[in-house]
Design a protein around this ligand. Structure first.
Ligand code: MLT
Length: 324
C-alpha cells in the first residue's frame, strides 16, 4: 500500500515537472539542424528564420549543419534526437524524394517526425560558369547535346533539389552528363565560380547575388511564371522545355514525441518570424515566397509531405537513380 502511494506521488511529481518544463520552454538555446553546407540556400533560410524566431522565443537558435548523403544523414540524426524541444530540423523537397531515392533509409519521413510548419517556397535557376560557350537556353541545349561526355553538372547529391532539377534537365534534352556531387550547393557554387564544373541548377536564395553580379550565366528559372527579382529571366517552360517546373519548399520538423505544447509554440514562432519585416525583406530580395499563413500549420505540412511523397516516388523510381 505504501509502495503504491509512493509510486502515485512520484508519478504526479514527474508529470508536474514535465508540464512545467513544457510551459517554461525554451530555457536554453535550440538547435536547428540543416542538412546542407553553411552559406547555401537551405542554410540561408534557416539562419534568417532563426534570428527572427529567437526574438519571439527568447533563446538563440543554433544552426547545426550536418552534411552528407543528400540530406539523409541530417534527417536520420534529427529523427533520433531527444524529443525534448531542443532539436528541430529544416528540410526541403528532399524529405519527400529520399524514400524513393534511397533503398535503405534509416528514418521514415512520415513516422519519425512531428510536423511544425512550412516556411518559404523558392524558385530554381539553371546556370553555367561565366565563360561557358552558350549564351541562351537553345545554345546551351545544343552545346550540351553535342558535348555531353565532357560536361560536368554540379549538385548536392541524391536527395538534393539541385540533383532533381539537373536530372529533369538531362531527361528533357535527352542526354546524360557527368554529375558531380557536393555536400550542398554552397561548395558547388564555389566550384562553378572557379570554373571546375560547367552547369548547375540552384535556388535563387543563393544564386540571385551571383546572377546580379554577373558572375554566372543564367538560362532561365524553373517556376511556372517569371520571378520578380529576376524580371529578365524567362522560365525554362516558356523557352520550350514544356512542363519544366521545380519549386523548392521548406518544412520544419521535430523528433517524434516532441510534446504538442512545444510544437505549437514553435509553430507560433515560425509564423511570427515569417511576418518579421527583416525576414520578408531578405526573402523578397532573394526571390523566395513566404508560404501563406493559413497553410503554415503542422497538419498542413503533414498533408503536403504525404502528397509530395506520392507525387515524386513514381517519377524517381522510373528514372532508375538510386542509392543503397
Ligand atoms: C543547399 O542548401 O545546399 C541546397 O538546398 C542543396 C540542394 O540542392 O538541395
Amino acid at each position: 500500500m505504501l509502495f503504491k502511494r509512493t509510486l502515485i506521488a512520484l508519478l504526479a511529481v514527474s508529470a508536474a515537472t514535465l508540464a512545467q518544463a513544457q510551459s517554461n520552454w525554451p530555457t536554453r538555446p535550440i538547435t536547428l539542424v540543416v542538412p546542407f553546407a553553411a552559406g547555401g540556400p537551405t542554410d540561408v533560410v534557416a539562419r534568417t528564420l532563426g534570428v527572427a524566431m529567437s526574438k519571439t522565443l527568447g533563446q538563440s537558435i543554433l544552426i547545426d549543419n550536418k552534411l552528407g548523403a543528400g540530406g539523409t544523414i541530417a534527417a536520420s540524426f534529427a529523427a533520433r534526437a531527444a524529443p525534448d524541444g531542443y532539436t528541430f530540423f529544416i528540410h526541403h523537397n528532399g524529405m519527400a524524394t529520399s524514400p524513393a531515392l534511397y533503398r535503405k533509409l534509416s528514418f521514415d519521413p512520415m513516422k519519425d517526425f512531428e510536423f511544425v510548419s512550412q516556411a518559404v517556397e523558392v524558385p530554381m535557376t539553371l546556370l553555367a560558369r561565366k565563360d561557358f560557350p552558350a549564351n541562351n537556353l537553345q545554345e546551351l541545349i545544343a552545346y550540351v547535346r553535342a558535348n555531353h561526355e565532357k560536361i560536368n553538372l554540379a549538385n548536392a547529391g541524391l536527395g538534393a533539389v539541385s540533383q532533381l532539377c539537373g536530372l529533369m534537365f538531362q531527361r528533357a534534352i535527352g542526354v546524360q552528363v557527368t554529375e558531380v556531387p557536393f555536400q550542398g550547393t554552397a561548395p558547388a557554387m564555389n566550384a562553378l565560380l572557379g570554373g571546375q564544373v560547367d552547369i548547375m541548377c540552384d535556388q535563387t536564395t543563393q544564386t540571385v547575388p551571383q546572377i546580379q553580379a554577373g558572375n554566372v550565366k543564367l538560362y532561365g528559372v524553373t517556376t511556372r511564371t517569371r520571378v520578380k527579382v529576376l524580371p529578365n529571366a524567362p522560365t525554362l517552360a516558356e523557352q520550350g522545355l514544356k512542363d519544366f517546373e521545380v519549386v523548392v519548399w521548406h518544412g520544419i520538423y521535430a523528433p517524434k514525441g516532441t510534446p504538442k505544447a512545444i510544437i505549437d509554440k514553435m509553430n507560433a514562432a515560425v509564423r511570427t518570424a515569417l511576418k518579421d519585416p527583416e525576414v520578408v525583406k531578405r526573402m523578397d530580395a532573394l526571390g523566395a515566397e513566404i508560404v501563406p499563413d493559413a497553410t503554415n500549420t503542422p497538419e498542413a505540412l503533414h498533408v503536403w509531405l504525404k502528397s509530395e511523397i506520392d507525387k515524386w516516388g513514381p517519377v524517381i523510381k522510373a528514372s532508375g537513380k538510386f542509392a543503397d
